[in-house]
Design a protein. Structure first.
Length: 413
């Protein structure tokens, strides 16, 4: 019976996945890694001791033919309770599963008091520009006195040491909300995804989520640029329109479309994105394709392709913010963040899924004798009273009474 059920499941997956991918990868369908989650928040009093989320991953061949130099690079968002910071860190992995965080994290910090990105930066999108020999990052930033999210830009020569784009009190800022109440992105712009395509529209294409207008839900739009700094909305700056709008009433993504992750295969762009139901209590990850440079998108009829697990699992009911990359063998990976309950008091962690259901991931390396690996952390529970939390330990990270007021300048180490 089990064999019959498995055969039926595989047949169903092959019938429902997008044809362009199914033909190139037999037996395809997102297969969650059995040992998820693969990456956790940091230790108490660290920069990411609250949550890790909204990552961007790429496979980096080190610009040479030596496969021993190949690595997965990850830039990820982290939040700290004890330091009241929300910054971006860096990690590397030989297999996409076992990650080593950079000891000098975070690699990009939120701004000082008075800046547009004072309260948080997150959702990085990173590419290596071979023409210029430079790493480039676009990221979302927020400050309550601004009102919503905007998008910034930074560059690096080594993927670790970043310099925000110059500019007075708006250092880093390159893309603001359209500021028209009726526009879909009139209030916020966030979760950028940038590719360098050198198309007639512009060298750089940026897909982003906008919030505003009569719907007041996140929807995905696109903008074009010749330098990655000065952007033109589609179809124009006065009346931008979403290119991947929310679904109709009753659709799985009627609540929002957000967090695009895009790769190019020939003349086809593949987008994976986060969608949610009307009240955003359940989220999933869907797929869409475009053959005109990312303006016209066709949603996959089999959406959502990745959903949360049953209650009680680490990724119960909701999966967030996909990022997708291929390894040297063409194997497709998707990383996402999730938590075990839909509560802001529960930390996010990172998981991974593989497109080929027959793929067996690289085993975790065997450690030398005497080596004791770091134990899997246990999510902290609420203490019996607020006084316990004044010690500043990770067991207290969720008690709001000890948080500093949001308009107090964040001390930087």
């Amino acid at each position: 019976m089990k064999r019959v059920f498995l055969a039926a499941l595989i047949t169903l997956l092959l019938l429902t996945v997008p044809a362009s991918i199914a033909l190139s990868t037999p037996n395809a369908g997102w297969n969650k890694y059995a040992s998820n989650p693969i990456m956790f928040y940091g230790p108490p009093a660290g920069w990411d001791d609250f949550s890790i989320y909204a990552a961007d991953v790429m496979f980096w061949d080190n610009n040479d033919s030596d496969p021993t130099n190949d690595r997965f690079y990850m830039w990820y968002s982290g939040t700290s309770y004890n330091m009241n910071g929300k910054d971006i860190g860096f990690a590397t992995s030989p297999d996409g599963i076992t990650w080593t965080k950079y000891t000098g994290n975070p690699v990009l910090r939120d701004g000082s008091f008075g800046y547009w990105d004072y309260e948080r930066i997150n959702a990085p999108s990173v590419l290596y520009d071979k023409e210029e020999g430079k790493w480039k990052m676009w990221y979302a930033g927020y400050a309550a006195y601004i009102g919503g999210f905007w998008i910034g830009y930074a560059t690096s020569t080594d993927a670790i040491n970043w310099q925000k784009y110059p500019g007075n009190e708006n250092t880093g800022l390159v893309f603001m909300s359209s500021d028209y109440a009726e526009n879909f992105d009139g209030y916020s712009v966030l979760s950028p995804e940038v590719l360098k395509m050198n198309s007639p529209h512009g060298k750089y294409h940026m897909w982003y989520a906008g919030n505003g207008g009569s719907i007041s839900s996140n929807q995905i739009g696109v903008a074009f640029s010749d330098d990655g700094i000065n952007w033109r909305r589609y179809p124009d700056d006065e009346s931008p329109q979403p290119v991947l709008p929310i679904g109709p009433p009753g659709a799985w993504d009627e609540g929002e479309t957000v967090s695009p992750a895009i790769i190019q295969e020939g003349n086809t762009l593949h987008m994976w994105y986060q969608g949610s139901n009307a009240d955003k209590s359940i989220t999933g990850i869907g797929h869409a394709t475009s053959t005109d440079g990312g303006i016209t998108w066709v949603k996959d009829p089999a959406n959502p392709l990745l959903v949360g697990a049953p209650l009680g699992e680490w990724d119960a009911e909701r999966v967030f913010y996909p990022t997708v990359a291929k390894d040297a063998n063409g194997q497709l990976y998707l990383w996402y963040h999730a938590r075990r309950r839909n509560m802001d008091t529960i930390p996010f962690k990172l998981g991974v899924a593989f497109w080929d259901i027959n793929f067996v991931p690289t085993a975790t390396p065997t450690f030398p004798a005497g080596f004791v690996p770091t134990a899997t952390p246990t999510d902290p529970s609420l203490p019996p009273d607020a006084e316990t939390c004044k010690q500043g330990t990770n067991a207290c990270v969720y008690m709001p009474v000890v948080q500093r007021p949001p308009n107090t300048p964040t001390p930087k180490p």
